[in-house]
Each structure stands twice: as structure tokens, then as C-alpha cells.
Design a protein around this ligand. Sequence first.
Ligand code: HEC
Ligand code: HEC
Length: 445
Amino acid sequence: MIHDMRLVQRNLPCFVSSVFLLIFMSCAPRNVKFYSADSPHANNSIFTPREFRRILKHASLPQVSDPTNRHLDSEPAAQLGHRLFFDSRLSVNNKINCATCHDPAKGLADGKPIAEGLGTGRRHTPSLWNVAYNRWFFWDGRADSLWAQALHPIESPAEMGSSRLAAAHLIYGDAELRRLYESTFGELPTLSDDMRFPAQGKPASSVDLNADDAAWKSMNADDQDAINRVFANIGKSLAAYESKLVSRRSPFDVFAEGLATDDKNKMAVLSPAAQRGLMLFVGSANCRVCHAGPNFTDGEFHDTRVPTLDGEQPTDPGRFNGVNEVIHDPFNATGVYSDEGTGSLVEFLINNPENWGRFKTPSLRNVARTAPYMHQGQFATLNEVIDYYSTLDKALPAGHHGETILQPLFLSDEEKHDLVAFLESLTDENIPPEWLVRATAATVP
Ligand code: HEC
Ligand code: HEC
């Protein structure tokens, strides 16, 4: 739609008037703008050189990469992951799949404050748009790769409640899944031998402390290792699929391209309100400090002091537990199932009490599609999020976290509206549509 010239033309008068409005506003004492005629981008210099540089830091999302998963770019792996993502047989009651909670019709989230699978979860379901760009996964970063993350929901009693043995048998027993698996990862173990490979079973782990069932314990160490490897490969194929879920061509991106090349038609794609919101975002509102770079996140953990859903004292340790869990995760980047672990971040991770109550900065791409917001879905709309940043109303005490970036912004109604308009301009769900629906036989190569 953003390529539609009529739309651009329709917006052009708006854009021109916005330029005048901004020049006019620049005379107002509260918002001094520099118009530099000798700037190489004179025509776009409604932005100061500093704003210009900061805006372009949010442009040009790179390609995804993950040295711990050498199959990230493999097509058969992505096809296997695609099938598994929508396959309810991966859950213990055959009713829940990844898309139950990460629903493409709901911005790859579920629209609920707290996730519901087999049971009620602890936190809000994050969107999976651009998830492959993260360096840590989950709100608390307890996984350090996309593939290791995918193993948690499969065995989690509150989510899909299945087991690694059952998942391996599912692939072994389904001709198409097995073909895709073996063409990527090589031959499966002889799972038909049910003395060696029981139908289901899993060890105790951070996901299910009470597991470690008799079936798993009955297996010898080599067979356990073989199943762990299949399980890791299931994660790697889910990651190959999830790395297709990339949003990179929003109105903001077209605008940024126009800004860089001095193309007014492209710049006109962003409404004047969104442009003003962008200036707040990279300027006095300080959003860019945490929502940094082309994926609008620094990939790290902060305490926004947001009140809990029930108004009680917070009990969720967030990053503090996440650090301990990822260090001890047998599927982390330094473990035997990782394709490359040297120099990985988890090696250098140390915990400290300041991590208590910190949560990962979410990406803001497609954020207008993924309400409610925050790790417990505390806010129903983007307006509520912005109201919170404006007043820090009911914010939890700053405690010992020492974060000083967040200060009440005391935004005017117009500024709040502008920030929301900017966040809405980060929307683009335009990927090949077949990736967003259950795979059909027709998509098999
Ligand atoms: C019952 C709902 C539910 C199901 C089913 C589910 N998820 Fe999630 N997912 C969540 C919740 C809730 C979180 C955040 C949990 C947390 O941070 O503690 C999450 C987190 C994630 C993340 C991390 C995102 C980020 O930004 O860090 C990824 C990736 C993910 N899920 C992928 C999957 C895949 C793949 C499957 C299927 C194998 C799946 N999920 C099944 C609810 C679900
Ligand atoms: C100190 C770092 C920091 C700053 C500054 C900051 N954010 Fe955030 N933002 C976060 C973190 C961390 C979360 C998740 C908090 C949670 O769930 O507890 C978040 C959540 C959000 C969300 C909800 C996203 C979702 O998917 O749930 C939006 C929208 C948002 N921020 C926008 C903004 C805007 C706009 C600004 C500037 C006014 C801003 N943020 C400033 C760190 C920050």
C-alpha cells in the first residue's frame, strides 16, 4: 500500500503543510529547530543534524544470523519448523500449538494479558515479529538462542505439556515431517525400538522440575543424548521458520529511506503527526535510549517500574532468575547441542541484585498490532503506555535498580497523540502470506 503513488500524492500537501507547521513551530521558544541551508540534506533539514543521525540509526534492519544454529537459513528446516509451529500434536492433549498463543491474526501474540495454554502462565505472550534479532529470549532472557527458547513451551506444563521423547516420535512417525527432518539433520535414531525409546518422557529441568520420569531414567546416556539432539534440532527448525517473521518495510522505513536519499515522495509516507512523534522519540522523550537501533530494542533488561497487574507488590524476579537459568541451561550456546558457542555472551554473564525486576526491552515493530502491553499485559492500549511514561503514575519505587533514564515526561495531549502516531507507523506485516497460515501440501517443494 505504501508503494501506491496516489497515497503519496494525497499525503504530499499534508507533508508540505507539515514543513511549514514545523518551521512555524521552530519559531516557538519551546522547540528550537535549526534550518541549515548548507547541509547536504537541506530539503529535509526540518530535522537537526543530530536528529537526522539518530533517525537513521533505526533504519535498515540487517539480515538475521545465529552462529549457534547452522540451519537457520535452511529451507527444509524452515518448512519443518513451519509445520511444527501449527501442529497441535506437539502438545500433550493434541489441542495446543505455537500459533494458539502466537497467532498471526493477533500480531503473532494472543491479545490476552496473561498467556493461557494447558494452564494459566505467569506472563504476557510477546509478539514474534522480528524475534530472531534478539540476543536473549523470554521477558527474563532465560534462553540465549531462538532454538533453545523453542524447547521450553513444548515441555512446559502450563503451555504444551509434552516431552522431548513424544516430539521425536511425532517426527519419526509422520512421513512428511521425517523427510524434511532427515534432509536437513540426517537420519533419526531407530525410534521404533520402544525398549530403548519410550513413547514419552523427559528429564527434570527448569521448565518442569517434577519431570525426570521413570521412562527417561530407564534410557542409557547415549540414547538420552540422541533424543536431546533431535529435540535441539526441532528447536533449530522452529527457529529457521521464526526467522522468516521479519517486519522491515513499515512507513517509517520508507520515510527513513527518503530522508537518506532526499526523496520527498518517500518522506511524505509518514504523517506530520508521526514525524513529530519521531522527533520526540529520538529527542526529549528519550525512548531511543532503550528502544534502540533498527529493531527498536537494545536487547537488554530494564526496570520500567510498571505497576503489577493486580496492584500488589511485584514477586517476579525477572532478569535475576533469567541469568541463573540461562547459565545452567544444557541447551545454551556453550552446550554440546550448539553449533558454535565460543565467545558467546552467556560465558561472560554474571548476576547481580540490580537484575531483580528487570525485563527485556521489547521491539516496537508492529507494536500497534500486539496489545495488550508489558510483561503482564498491564496496559490495554498504546495510549495507556504513553500515559504511563508521561506521568509514571503508580510506578513502583525505584528501589536499588539505579535506573535514572526514566523520568516523567509531562507530555501534552498533542505530544502523546504524536508519539502514538509514530508507534503506529512501525507497522508492516507484509511477508509471503503462506508463512502466516498452516502449511498445505501445495507448499511442499
Ligand atoms: C500457552 C501459550 C504459548 C504457547 C503454546 C507458546 N508460547 Fe511462546 N511465549 C508465550 C509466553 C507467555 C512467552 C513469554 C514467557 C516468559 O517470558 O516467561 C513466550 C515467549 C516466546 C518467545 C520469546 C520471545 C521473546 O521476545 O523473547 C518465543 C520465540 C516463543 N515464545 C516461541 C514459541 C514457539 C516456537 C512455540 C511453540 C513450540 C510457543 N512459543 C508456544 C506463550 C506461548
Ligand atoms: C529505561 C529503558 C526504556 C525507556 C527509556 C523506554 N522504554 Fe519502553 N519499554 C522498556 C521495557 C524494559 C519495556 C517492557 C517493560 C515490562 O514489561 O515490564 C518497555 C515497553 C514498552 C512498550 C510496550 C511494548 C510491548 O510489546 O509490550 C512500548 C509501546 C514502549 N515501551 C514504548 C516506549 C516509548 C514510546 C518510550 C519513550 C517515551 C519508551 N518506551 C521509553 C524500556 C524502556
